[in-house]
Design a protein around this ligand. Structure first.
Ligand SMILES: Cc1cc2nc3c(=O)[nH]c(=O)nc-3n(C[C@H](O)[C@H](O)[C@H](O)COP(=O)(O)OP(=O)(O)OC[C@H]3O[C@@H](n4cnc5c(N)ncnc54)[C@H](O)[C@@H]3O)c2cc1C
Length: 500
């Protein structure tokens, strides 16, 4: 037993991605005694490929492979995947959420006012991005600039985009919120992996975690599971909520590449600066600039050896589809999900349209890469694992997750409550989580919701700004966020407002 083990906290947050970080910051602002447990490291963001590989490309840990060798990455580090994401924001599916009893309209406005979400300024769009946009528009696609979650006033032309982490802090990341929480007194333990929350059938009482080879425990009144789209269901599963982690989506994508002999990609290309959501077809297309190392990763496996080092002359469009729900996670977080025939057909359709756009832009030798899975979601569904208040069975166990829409312009179109996907949580939700206001923090959105409607200007207002509020609170039982605030009072006396 050590100090951590003996201490009793108001709340313990597991994970520091946008979900966990947002709630952690709000709890810290409320003066709560908070312990944050993060599996990954902290430390300086160097923006190097080696740091990226250590934190985001380790097979079995951050690089997960399906049996069909479809890769899926997540970052195990302070700030979670937001450290390495592409900073694209998509509209929060407010109307769809209302259908499930969750109204986040006001919170979306609040989030928009706080987060640096806007389309790129013209001078930040590179010639390649303009060229693809012109070509797509001439062909009749509603290709337009996308919202980016970036402090554009900090940007300088000589800064490379933060694919490998952004030491210049142009791109918003959840690390910023974690730092604020710690400055306000929260205790952050890095290298602390939490396999499970401890407790009985009614309530959680503590967490077990491993750190420096030792197993420890810590207790608290409330527990926030915010370990990401894979980590959270695995944790819930191990904590007795066995249904978590089935029947999900993972946003498969391909890159469509072509040679432009007269083009030269710059080092400061910003990915996903513009694109189009093909809502009826169930996919989106966007310009996709990636650094040489990632170009090798995508191009190598399709044996385009002559293209491997043609990085500077390669124009690229990413096609990301809305895949069919399915699959399961293993107890250890292994991804067992395959592409269906319908999924492959969408990828092919996206390939054909991307090829037209590239050709019209002057590209030749067009090819597509193997499919990759972008982001898992729908692993904890409203109506199954959580109720409309996003509570789980354990009255003091909340689950937060950034619903991210990963780089993806979500391509979803048909709301499906079973595939509820969490989306960025607005500030007030987080306040709720911190206890002062009732909260419906779990802005779970149907997976195939309007999240991908890039034409919805109104939604843009709420859009991804999100990352910052990508927190979801999945609580096991009706937990109005007041519960967290009452960590120290009602809950301590077994009177949690919503407890069963
Ligand atoms: C390359 C890439 C590009 C992306 N681009 C975009 C984009 O442009 N726009 C967009 O909206 N989204 C994008 N995303 C997706 C977005 O980053 C995620 O949706 C978002 O980060 C999810 O937040 P989260 O808090 O739910 O989980 P995560 O960010 O995954 O955070 C989970 C945290 O939990 C920790 N953890 C996991 N298991 C444990 C455990 N057992 N114990 C303790 N800690 C644990 C992890 O280390 C991590 O810090 C991208 C993702 C990637 C990988």
């Amino acid at each position: 037993m050590d100090v951590v083990s003996k201490a009793a906290y108001d709340a313990i947050a597991i994970g520091t991605g946008p979900g966990g970080a947002t709630v952690a910051r709000e709890l810290a602002r409320r003066g709560k005694k908070l312990l944050i447990l993060e599996w990954g490291p902290g430390g300086e963001i160097r923006g190097t490929a080696s740091q990226y590989i250590r934190e985001s490309m380790l097979p079995g840990k951050s690089l997960l492979l399906t049996p069909q060798l479809l890769g899926m990455v997540r970052a195990i580090t302070t700030g979670g995947s937001s450290l390495y994401y592409y900073g694209t924001g998509f509209p929060v599916p407010v109307s769809m959420l209302r259908k499930y009893g969750v109204d986040v309209a006001a919170e979306v406005d609040e989030a928009r006012a706080e987060l640096p979400v806007a389309p790129l300024r013209d001078e930040m769009m590179t010639p390649m991005a303009w060229r693809l946009m012109d070509s797509a528009q001439q062909l009749g696609f509603a290709w337009h600039k996308l919202d980016k979650i970036m402090y554009q006033d900090r940007w300088r032309p000589e800064y490379p985009f933060g694919y490998f982490g952004d030491p210049h802090k142009v791109k918003w990341s959840a690390r910023m919120y974690v730092e604020e929480a710690v400055a306000l007194g929260a205790v952050l333990l890095n290298g602390a992996k939490v396999p499970r929350v401890l407790g009985d059938q009614r309530a959680a009482t503590g967490v077990e975690f491993t750190m420096n080879g030792e197993t420890r425990t810590a207790s608290a009144d409330r527990f926030i599971v915010a370990a990401g789209g894979i980590g959270s269901p695995v944790n819930l599963h191990q904590s007795g909520i066995r249904e978590a982690g089935n029947d999900y989506f993972f946003d498969p994508l391909i890159m469509v590449c072509g040679t432009m002999k007269d083009a030269c990609l710059r080092d400061n290309e910003i990915p996903m600066s513009a694109g189009v959501h093909m809502k009826d077809e169930g996919y989106m297309m966007t310009d996709m600039a990636i650094p040489p190392a990632l170009h090798l990763l995508f191009t190598g496996p399709v044996f385009r050896l002559t293209k491997l080092f043609a990085f500077r002359n390669t124009a690229r469009i990413m096609v990301k589809i809305k895949d069919k729900l399915g699959g399961r996670l293993t107890d250890g977080g292994g991804v067992r999900k395959s592409l269906t025939a319908a999924d492959r057909s969408k990828l092919q359709h996206g390939f054909e349209n991307s090829k037209r756009i590239l050709q019209a832009a002057g590209a030749t030798n067009i090819y597509k890469t193997a499919a990759f899975a972008a982001h898992p979601g729908g692993t904890v569904k409203i109506g199954e694992i959580v109720d409309a208040n996003l509570k789980t069975r354990l009255h003091n166990l909340l689950r937060l997750r950034l619903l991210g829409n990963p780089g993806g312009l979500g391509t979803t179109t048909d709301p499906d409550p079973r595939s509820a996907r969490q989306v960025p949580c607005p500030p007030s939700h987080c306040r709720a989580a911190s206890g002062r206001t009732p909260c419906s923090c779990v802005t779970s959105a149907s997976r195939h919701s309007e999240r991908g409607n890039t034409h919805d200007n109104a939604s843009h207002a709420g859009g991804l700004h999100g990352h910052r509020h990508m927190a979801h609170v999945d609580r096991s039982q009706p937990v109005a966020l007041q519960d967290l605030d009452s960590c120290g009072d009602a809950a301590r006396h077994g009177q949690s407002r919503q407890s069963a």
